[in-house]
Design a protein around this ligand. Structure first.
Ligand code: 3PG
Length: 403
């Protein structure tokens, strides 16, 4: 491995700060954690550290979004499923955190508060800085003085240049956690494979998706790109389709209209590699209403249509490797789960090496009892795609440099 791993370390009696990614789908009304796959995925790392004191640092969502919450419920869930004693402190680097860390015994686990409540973690000014400069933030200076060692197990957020991901390896001895090791080993095998994957881009993180697509296409590391979700809406607008005032407003509100030009440039350069929907499912009188792209009424887009599902499924069937990322529509609403569920089924049924990325899709595969038919479920969403596009992820680079 190009980075140090847990097995090579002597961590007995040490206070170990572990960056995990337990960012989970949350019901905005009840704050209930809807899928705990990511929480479970860190248990092997946490259990392997029982000779020392484990301090977990993590985020949930981003400031301004509905599912931006504290990590108290995450700590409780981790305690239930790991059967370890997990304490929680609603502080990141203040006196309450320092006290809670100093009181830990070997084998105990402490979860700190959502790190994105600290403005330095999300500040545009800070995240543009180099990891070395980020190590001078107050959060990193304070927290690193309370602990002895840093582990990055958060593969899924290692594409972010944020202090909790990139800065600690500058000031503390550091290594990768077991999940990080597993993700990098498995995804490297795909990256170095002769066959290029078919990528299915859904979800709402359009800006990140466009960046990764460009990289994939420029590097020739892709067989085909299938678009769904809000990513598809932006491409449909870029292709010149009338998406209707409601959908235009949604793109505008989410700051996605400005990405239409970028999508158009990709279509001009790589049109034959990018598939866009030929029909959509819309919301009409509270129910699913299918319409082809050339006769689209002014209704809210909720899912890809049946013809698109069939076309995409045929492409997936022929793929050697298929990587599915992000839902195809509003899959939480039963009428509009069809696209997401059918694409998960297509990937599971195909004889290709299949990869699901991001928490939402693993929840869908679990619901459909298809988990065992998927070759690899990555905890990463955009991190996985960026890695497969050949990008150097800042979190992994920081560990490499430390080694
Ligand atoms: C994810 O869910 O992809 C990771 O936790 C990163 O989240 P972010 O896109 O809000 O940085």
């Amino acid at each position: 491995m190009e980075f140090a791993t847990i097995d090579e370390q002597d961590l007995e009696d040490k206070k170990i700060l572990v960056r995990v990614d337990i960012n989970s789908p949350i019901d905005p009304k009840t704050s209930e954690i809807l899928d705990d796959t990511r929480i479970r995925s860190h248990i092997p790392t946490i259990k392997s550290l029982s000779i020392g004191k484990t301090i977990l640092i993590a985020h949930q969502s981003r400031p301004g979004l509905e599912d931006f919450t504290t990590l108290e419920a995450h700590a409780r869930r981790l305690q239930e499923i790991s059967r370890l004693k997990v304490r929680y402190v609603d502080d990141i680097f203040g006196s309450a955190a320092r006290k809670a860390i100093s009181e830990l015994e070997n084998g105990e686990v402490l979860m700190l508060e959502n790190v994105r409540l600290c403005s330095e973690e999300v500040s545009d000014t800070v995240i543009k800085k180099s990891p070395k400069e980020q190590s001078k933030t107050l959060m990193v200076r304070k927290l690193s003085s309370y602990v002895d060692f840093y582990i990055n197990d958060a593969f899924a957020v290692s594409h972010r240049n944020q202090p909790s991901i990139v800065a600690f390896p500058y000031v503390l001895p550091s290594c990768a956690g077991k999940l990080m090791e597993k993700e990098v080993k498995t995804l490297s095998r795909i990256l170095n494979n002769r066959e290029n994957p078919v990528f299915i881009f859904g979800g709402a993180k359009v800006k990140d998706s466009l960046k990764v697509m460009e990289r994939l296409l420029d590097n020739g590391k892709v067989e085909k790109i299938l678009t769904a979700g809000l990513v598809a809406t932006v491409f449909l607008a870029a292709k010149g389709y009338t998406i209707g005032s409601k959908n235009k407003k949604i793109l505008e509100e989410k700051g996605l209209l400005e990405l239409v030009d970028e999508a158009r440039k990709l279509l001009e350069k790589y049109g034959e590699k990018i598939e866009i929907p030929v029909d959509l499912a819309l919301l009409k009188n509270g129910a699913r209403f299918e319409a082809p792209m050339d006769k689209l009424p002014d209704l809210k887009i909720m899912d890809i249509g049946i013809e698109t599902i069939a076309r995409y499924s045929t492409i997936i069937k022929k793929a050697k490797i298929a990587v599915l990322n992000g839902p195809s529509g509003m899959f939480e609403v039963s009428d509009f789960a069809l696209g997401t569920e059918e694409l998960v089924k297509a990937v599971a049924k195909s004889r290709c090496f299949s990869v699901l990325g991001g928490g939402h899709l693993s929840a869908v595969a679990k619901k459909l009892k298809l988990i065992n038919d998927i070759s690899y479920i990555s905890t990463g969403g955009k991190a996985t795609l960026s890695f497969l596009a050949g990008e150097k992820l800042p979190g992994i680079e920081a560990l490499r440099r430390r080694k």
